[in-house]
Write a protein that binds this ligand. Structure first.
Ligand SMILES: Cc1cc2nc3c(=O)[nH]c(=O)nc-3n(C[C@H](O)[C@H](O)[C@H](O)COP(=O)(O)OP(=O)(O)OC[C@H]3O[C@@H](n4cnc5c(N)ncnc54)[C@H](O)[C@@H]3O)c2cc1C
Length: 388
């Protein structure tokens, strides 16, 4: 069978591209290897899909080429997607840091995209794996003994995170087959693991969260840090995990709203214990274990000034080195992917292979936590949908 466009992956980017191309009168086939479509949308945002952010710019993305996403984000903006959501009568709310979530369920976003695809006469086949893909003038896809041909082929098969709901390296593999280079993929928005004394401390504090500013290199995020059985998670850690390269240290400022030297100085002549002072600002269990690591807790008036400076410094700049991450099984996104140097930022078409388009998370563009990854999927999908 012959189509104008074959799209691999019925996720956020693939469905957006499909309905846009369909609206332009293209015959579009979407091939999805899962039995259902939009699985990641369904589980996103704790079931409520943080579908965009009111403020989105290239600074919210990680990529070897930080400007690559600029054009697509400017051409299909959060306002455009919000208009679509409103057109479908989906109620939503704004949470912290401009994050927009469905009031109801993420399934509403999947239904909306399917409805758009239906009205654009897009054909979607699920439970389908491609056996081979070849290109002469057109693309030839073989699947289960059938040959499908198309003028345009779109890789929208996502990243490597959460293989148990269908993530595969298909997009990277096919891109490589066509000679496109790949920026080494690694897990992003992922909990970090620690070993030794710090690992035990985290495990004992599992479930406790503290507001922190977490820094790695030039990047810093101020949000909650959550201790887990294997290390640290929470929004601040997830954010920094995407920016951090292996072996790099992380600096944690616990309660950045507090000047620890001021707090300790004010209490310097008191007989109360250091732990009693710190417990006014930090969870008791954390203080107990953290002080054990530091030495002992003494009455405040028995600390010298250099000792207090050391304690204040340790609270404001707790330096840690993770031994690794919880991997793709727990990562929300993949950092890396198809090298943006291979693609036109205006169209998402591969520069070397005419008719081949790459969109969404399969590309080396990774958003921060907060709705940015979906906005990239919508924007890149929409852009490609105007050209295929
Ligand atoms: C738990 C979790 C929560 C998240 N929450 C949010 C959130 O609230 N906000 C946000 O912005 N981002 C969130 N994300 C990230 C977001 O889901 C992704 O960045 C986004 O879905 C990427 O869109 P995509 O279309 O590129 O890929 P996907 O949505 O992953 O779609 C790719 C599709 O391709 C299919 N596929 C894979 N291999 C093949 C193959 N060989 N053949 C055919 N089809 C194939 C997959 O099954 C899938 O349906 C979350 C991610 C996770 C894991």
């Amino acid at each position: 069978m012959t189509y104008d466009v074959i799209i691999f992956g019925a996720g956020a980017a693939g469905l957006m591209c499909a309905c846009e191309a369909g609206k332009r009168g293209r015959s579009v086939l979407v091939l999805e290897h899962n039995v259902s479509v939009g699985e990641k949308i369904r589980i996103s945002g704790g079931g409520r899909c943080n579908f965009t952010n009111i403020s989105v710019g290239p600074e919210n993305f990680i990529s070897q080429n930080e400007h690559f996403c600029t054009s697509a984000l400017a051409r299909y903006t959060p306002e455009d997607f919000i208009r679509l959501v409103e057109h479908h009568g989906i109620m939503y709310n704004e949470r912290k840091l401009g994050q927009l979530f469905c009031d109801g369920s993420s399934a509403q976003i999947v239904s909306m995209l399917l409805e758009e695809c239906r009205s654009a006469h897009v054909e979607i086949r699920t439970g389908i794996e491609a056996d081979t893909i070849k290109k002469k003038e057109n693309f030839f896809v073989t699947t289960g003994g059938q040959i499908l041909t198309s003028k345009f082929l779109v890789l929208a098969s996502g990243g490597l995170s959460i293989p148990k709901i269908g993530a595969t390296n298909f997009g990277h593999r096919i891109a490589r087959q066509f000679g496109l280079s790949i920026v080494e993929p690694r897990p992003g928005l992922v909990p970090l693991c620690f070993s030794g004394t710090l690992g035990s401390l985290c495990s004992e504090l599992s479930g406790i969260s503290i507001e922190a500013e977490v820094r790695c290199g030039k990047m810093k995020f101020r949000e909650n840090l959550l201790f887990t059985h294997r290390g640290m998670s929470g929004p601040a850690i997830l954010q920094i995990s995407s920016c951090r390269k292996e072996g790099e240290e992380i600096h944690i400022n616990l309660r950045p709203d507090i000047d620890w030297m001021d707090v300790l100085t004010i209490n310097r002549t008191e007989k109360k214990l250091l732990s009693t002072v710190l417990e006014q600002y930090l969870p008791g269990r954390f203080v107990e274990l953290w002080i054990q690591n530091l030495g002992e807790t003494k009455p405040m008036n028995r600390y010298s000034l250099p000792e207090l400076q050391h304690i204040a410094g340790a609270l404001a700049n707790w330096t840690v080195i993770p031994i690794g991450t919880e991997g793709f099984g727990k990562a929300e996104v993949t950092v890396g992917g198809i090298d943006t140097n291979e693609l036109s930022s205006k169209t998402m078409e591969a520069k070397k292979i005419s008719g081949l388009y790459c969109i969404g998370e399969v590309v080396d563009v990774t958003g921060w936590l907060g709705g940015y990854n979906f906005q990239w999927a919508w924007s890149s999908g929409w852009v490609a949908g105007q050209f295929v």
